[in-house]
Design a protein around this ligand. Structure first.
Ligand code: SAH
Ligand code: F3S
Length: 492
């Protein structure tokens, strides 16, 4: 959690930064790896761990026994970067007592600030952007030879498809699988296209193989990850950047003649491939973009029970003029039409969103449009943020960040209160119903209780008895808190 002032806001979407450990070794050197930010960063850290364990490193949770410290960073809002800067102070102490300690900054902050980071933060030895992780062994060698090392090259091809991620800090039940990297959308406020580069899709065969292997190893849920999953496209042996734009457009919308369309794998096709691995393997995905999500995706979700009925569809704002300034590529009405399509094709499907409060020039009326759209959409969950200007973005270049901190905070509070009302109403509709729950682990509040989620992503808590993580149970919900259902296993 961070300092934007609300319980419902979650900087990382996974909660706090996670210390990672648990891999085997042989070169005697130890790696301490800490991740901030989105699910993609957590998945990337598993790629980093795989690359370095391949070099003989073991991982450790204790920074004092580490030879290498890597921090996988986030740049999405200024406070995400400030948290990392504060954390660096802790590593200063570790480096004082162990001068040979190598400290590396990975990920979006590395990409955004580049070698300037070495001047700003003297203890840093390595700066490595999100597409340069295969180079890490070489960068470490360079530092061992007495130099500082930087690689912030972005790639148009790198997908790490052939690297089998080392599952870190895992519950053994749920896992992330990256299906694409980068983003081409250029939303005016967003730093991601600059820090993660051009969009590219991963070979669907390698995705299906990874999901299959996870299932064989006891995992029962995979979340397919991309900044914009609906623009996933694989064609023969290549990327869509090598194709004429009109063909790409038709292929994405399943509008080519059948024999031509068959040469492509869209996100809907990919979901179908993964759904068929095993009906006991649940599939989630994130993030869907309102401008790109197709009915084909909704229909394939309707066809398979194991495709979870939950869509994260960030709206950002509820006013068309504001959406245009944000360069989101859809209007309020078009967003509403997408929600209507979801309600029509997937009745009962949960929908969550992201909201930005206080973007450049936001009027009171525009803010009220956000509140009314939230209410109309009846979102199940939301991630809500105050606008934070990011250097280099279109908004930073062209639009003044003119909403005061005070107004941003007040609007955020109103948005959070609206969402609490909506979330609570959804939770209440789950009462006195039976939910199919995939058990993820022991409840944080009581050792006697287990927790898991239903297909719509609601957390369900129930007495442990003899049930175990990885099993499916039917739970009759009898009580609830704002966002959690509580009940008992029935007729399993
Ligand atoms: N497509 C991505 C979006 C990444 S950023 C995904 O996979 O989730 C996640 C969310 O952070 C965005 O949807 C947006 O609501 C918020 N965000 C992005 N840039 C921001 C900024 N400059 N200030 C505040 N919030 C921002
Ligand atoms: Fe950012 Fe917009 Fe892409 S929010 S990640 S530029 S879809």
């Amino acid at each position: 959690m961070h300092n934007e002032g609300s319980k419902v806001i979650d900087e990382t979407r996974q909660g706090e930064a996670v210390m990672m450990d648990g891999v085997k070794s042989s070169n005697g050197k130890k790696l301490f790896l800490e991740s901030y930010g989105c699910a993609m960063n957590f998945a990337d850290s598993e790629v980093v761990a795989s690359i370095l364990t391949g070099e003989g490193f073991t991982t450790t949770k204790d920074v004092n026994e580490a030879d290498v410290v890597f921090i996988n960073t986030c740049s999405i809002r200024d406070n995400a970067e400030q948290r990392v800067r504060a954390r660096l102070h802790d590593f200063k102490k570790a480096k004082k007592s162990k001068p040979g300690l190598i400290v590396g900054i990975l990920g979006c902050m590395a990409e955004r600030i580049k070698s300037q980071l070495l001047e700003e933060e003297k203890l840093i030895d390595i700066v490595a952007g999100p597409d340069s992780y295969r180079d890490l062994p070489h960068l470490i060698e360079q530092v061992e030879g007495g130099q500082k090392a930087v690689n912030v090259l972005l790639s148009r091809e790198e997908t790490y498809a052939d690297i089998s991620p080392v599952r870190l800090d895992s519950n053994g039940v749920t896992a992330f699988v990256s299906i694409m990297r980068g983003c081409d959308n250029m939303c005016a406020f967003c730093v991601v296209p600059f820090t993660r580069g051009r969009e590219r899709s991963r070979d669907p065969k390698s995705i299906a193989e990874e999901a299959h292997e996870l299932f064989e190893n006891g995992y029962r849920e995979v979340t397919l990850l991309g900044q914009n999953v609906d623009s996933y496209l694989w064609w023969g042996g290549g990327q869509k950047k090598d194709l004429p734009i009109d063909i790409v457009h038709k292929a994405l919308n399943h509008e080519l003649p059948d024999d031509e369309q068959a040469k492509f794998t869209t996100f809907a096709d990919l979901m179908e491939m993964v759904a068929q691995i095993n009906p006991e393997l649940r599939i989630r995905f994130s993030t869907s973009n309102p401008r790109d999500i197709t009915d084909a995706v909704l229909h394939v979700m309707a066809k398979y029970d194991n495709l979870c009925k939950y869509i994260h569809l960030p709206v950002q704002a509820g006013n068309s003029g504001m959406l245009e300034r944000m360069n989101r590529g859809y209007t309020r009405d078009q967003y509403m039409q997408k929600i209507e399509a979801i309600r029509r094709i997937l009745p009962g499907c949960a929908v969550s969103t992201d909201i930005i409060c206080g973007f450049c020039g936001e009027t009171e009326e525009e803010h009220n449009d956000t509140l009314s759209l939230m209410e109309w959409s009846e979102f199940n969950y939301a991630y809500m943020y105050k606008y934070s200007e990011r250097p280099g973005t279109a908004a930073a270049k062209k639009m003044p960040d003119d909403i005061t901190e005070e107004v941003k905070s007040r609007r955020l509070t109103q948005v959070v209160e609206m969402q609490q009302k909506l979330s609570k109403a959804h939770t209440l509709t789950g009462l006195n119903k039976v939910h199919k729950v995939l058990i993820e682990g022991t409840s944080k509040k009581s050792k006697e209780m287990l927790y898991g989620r239903n297909g719509e992503n609601a957390v369900v808590v129930f007495p442990k008895e003899n049930y175990k993580p990885g099993e499916y149970v039917n739970v009759l919900a009898t009580s609830c808190t704002v966002a959690t259902l509580i009940g008992n296993v029935v007729n399993n």
